[in-house]
Design a binder for this molecule. Structure first.
Ligand code: NAD
Length: 469
C-alpha cells in the first residue's frame, strides 16, 4: 500500500514480485520470482515438448492454436479485468488487448499450413528449401502492453513449431500466467508454453545467456535491448528487438486541421503515453501553429483521466511510482503549454501535458518520456519537417497529416521509421509488419512473414542424375 512498493528491488526482495494496482496502490498479488535454476529446468521441459510439437501434423498444431484462441475469447472479460488491475489500463483498451491475443493466435494458426519453402531451379536435380523451427524461443515482454506484446512473439513462434518461454515484466505477470493456464486447458502439451515471472537481471538474463534458447524476442528499453543483443551475440543467438520511440506527428498547413487536432491527444495519451509508438513530437507548420494549438487545447482538456475500470475513462494512471517520478522529471514548472486534469490521492497519476516553446534539443523533446507528455515544435516547409522528424536516434512510428497525396508519399519515403500512417495514427495491426529503424529495434514482428522469423531455412539439393554406370 505504501510508495516503497514500487522502488527498485533490493537483492533481498528478489524472491518475489509484488503486483500493485497502479490506480489504488493496493497489492493485487505476490508471485514467486523465477530463478536462473528455474529457467534451466524450464528449458529442459520446453526442449522435450518442442520435439513432440514439431512432429505433430501441421493441421493438428493449427487446431490447438485455434483452441487456445477460443479459450482466450471465452475468458476475454476476465483477462481484461486482470489487465486493468495489474497495469491500470482502461477497460476499453484492456478488452482490445485480450482480443488482440485471440486474433494473433488465430492469425498464426492460419499460417501453420502455409509455412512453405521454395523450389528453386537448378541443374542436375531438384532444390527445395525447408523452414525448420528454431527450437526453444525466449520472449521477454515489457509492462506497457503485457498481453499483446507477449503474444506477438509467442503466437508465431508456436505456430512455426517452436516452444516458448515467456518472461513477463516484473510489474505485470498476472495476465501472462493466466494465458499459460488457458493454453493448458485448451489442450496444449505440458512444457510447450511456459511463463517465467521474474526479474530482468535474473530470469531475463538467464534466458538470454542460455545455450538452449535459440532466439530471444525482446521488447523494452533501448538500454536493455542493447545488452540483450550483446549477450546474445556471444552465442550467435537470433534476436529480435522492439525498443523505444520518439515519434513525430507532422501536421502540414494544408491538412484538415480540425481532424488533426481532434486525433492528436490520444495519439500520445493512449495507455497514459506508455506506448513506444506514441506521437510525442507534434511538428506543426508555422503558418498554422497558433490555430492548431487553439484547436488542440480543448481536445486535451476534455480527456477523461481517472478510474480505468470506468467505461467512460480515456486515460488511466502510470504503471508505478518509479515511472511517475521519471515522467515528472521531464516536466518542469518553467515550461509553457496545455495541462489537462488528473485525480489526486492514491495512484500514479499524471495529467495530459503538451509543452510549447520547447528547445528542439531539450531533454523532453529528444528522450522517450513514456508518459502523457508531448512537445509541439514548429517547422517552415516540407524539407524542414522531414529534417526535424528524422532528428532522433529512434525510428519507430510517425504520422503525416496533409491533403496533398504527393506530399504524403514523399514524406512517407523520407521519414526514417518503420511504421507510418497518413491522416491517422494507426501503427499496429496483427496482419502488417511492425518494427523500428535505427535505435528503435532490429527485425520485424507481426504481418505475413511473422512465422518465418521463427525458422531456419534449410536448403536441400536432390540429385536426379542416375548412379554412375
Ligand atoms: P525494460 O527494458 O526495463 O524491461 C523490459 C523487459 O526486459 C522486462 O521484462 C524486464 O524484466 C526485462 N529485463 C530488464 N533487464 C533485463 C536484463 N538485464 N536481461 C534480460 N531482460 C531484462 O523496459 P520497461 O521499462 O519494462 O518498458 C518500457 C520500455 O519498453 C520503453 O522504453 C518502451 O519504448 C519500450 N517498448 C518498446 C516497444 C516496441 O515495440 N518497440 C513496445 C513496448 C515498450
Amino acid at each position: 500500500m505504501s510508495h516503497e512498493l514500487s522502488h527498485e528491488p533490493e537483492l533481498s526482495e528478489l524472491s518475489e514480485l509484488r503486483v500493485v494496482n497502479p490506480a489504488t496502490e493496493e497489492v493485487v498479488a505476490t508471485v514467486p520470482a523465477a530463478t536462473a535454476a528455474d529457467v534451466d529446468a524450464a528449458v529442459v521441459r520446453a526442449a522435450a515438448a518442442q520435439a513432440r510439437w514439431a512432429a505433430l501434423a501441421p493441421g493438428d498444431r493449427a487446431r490447438l492454436l485455434r483452441r487456445f484462441a477460443a479459450a482466450v475469447d471465452e475468458h476475454l472479460e476476465e483477462l481484461a479485468r486482470l489487465e486493468v488491475r495489474e497495469a491500470g489500463h482502461t477497460i476499453g483498451n484492456a478488452r482490445w488487448e485480450a482480443g488482440n491475443v485471440r486474433d494473433l493466435l488465430d492469425y498464426a494458426a492460419g499460417g501453420v499450413e502455409r509455412l512453405t519453402g521454395r523450389q528453386i531451379p537448378v541443374a542436375g536435380g531438384l532444390d527445395v528449401t525447408i523452414l525448420e523451427p528454431l527450437g526453444v524461443v525466449g520472449v521477454i515482454a515489457p509492462w506497457n502492453f503485457p498481453m499483446p506484446i507477449a503474444a506477438w512473439g509467442t503466437a508465431p513462434a508456436l505456430a512455426a513449431g517452436n516452444a516458448v518461454l515467456l518472461k513477463p515484466a516484473e510489474t505485470t505477470p498476472l495476465t501472462a500466467l493466466r494465458l499459460a493456464e488457458l493454453a493448458l486447458e485448451a489442450g496444449f502439451p505440458e512444457g510447450l508454453f511456459q511463463v517465467l515471472p521474474g526479474h530482468g537481471p535474473v530470469a531475463g538474463d538467464a534466458l538470454v545467456r542460455h545455450p538452449g534458447v535459440a532466439k530471444i524476442v525482446f521488447t523494452g528499453s533501448t538500454t536493455v535491448g542493447k545488452q540483450v543483443l550483446a549477450k546474445g551475440s556471444a552465442l550467435l543467438k537470433r534476436v529480435t528487438l522492439e525498443l523505444g520511440g520518439k515519434s513525430p506527428n507532422i501536421v502540414f498547413a494544408d491538412a484538415d486541421l480540425e481532424a488533426a487536432a481532434a486525433a492528436a491527444p490520444m495519439s500520445f495519451l493512449d495507455n497514459s503515453g506508455q506506448d513506444c509508438c506514441a506521437r510525442t513530437r507534434i511538428l506543426v507548420q508555422r503558418t498554422v501553429h497558433d490555430r492548431f494549438l487553439e484547436l488542440l487545447a480543448p481536445a486535451i482538456e476534455s480527456v477523461v483521466v481517472g478510474d480505468p475500470a470506468d467505461e467512460k475513462t480515456d486515460m488511466g494512471p502510470l504503471i508505478s511510482r518509479v515511472q511517475l517520478e521519471r515522467v515528472r522529471s521531464y516536466v518542469t514548472d518553467d515550461l509553457d503549454g496545455i495541462r489537462g486534469k488528473a485525480p489526486e490521492g492514491p495512484g500514479f497519476w499524471f495529467p495530459p501535458t503538451v509543452l510549447t516553446g520547447v528547445d528542439p534539443h531539450a531533454r523532453v523533446a529528444v528522450e522517450e518520456v513514456f508518459g502523457p507528455v508531448a512537445v509541439v515544435l514548429p517547422f517552415d516547409d516540407e524539407a524542414d519537417a522531414v529534417a526535424l522528424a528524422n532528428a532522433t536516434d529512434y525510428g519507430l512510428s510517425g504520422s503525416i497529416w496533409t491533403r496533398d497525396v504527393g506530399r504524403a508519399l514523399r514524406v512517407s519515403q523520407a521519414v526514417r521509421a518503420g511504421n507510418l500512417s497518413v491522416n491517422s495514427h494507426s501503427s499496429v495491426r496483427y496482419s502488417t509488419p511492425f518494427g523500428g529503424f535505427k535505435q528503435s529495434g532490429v527485425g520485424r514482428e507481426l504481418g505475413p512473414d511473422a512465422l518465418t522469423a521463427f525458422t531456419e531455412t534449410k536448403n536441400v539439393f536432390i540429385s536426379t542424375e542416375g548412379p554412375a554406370q
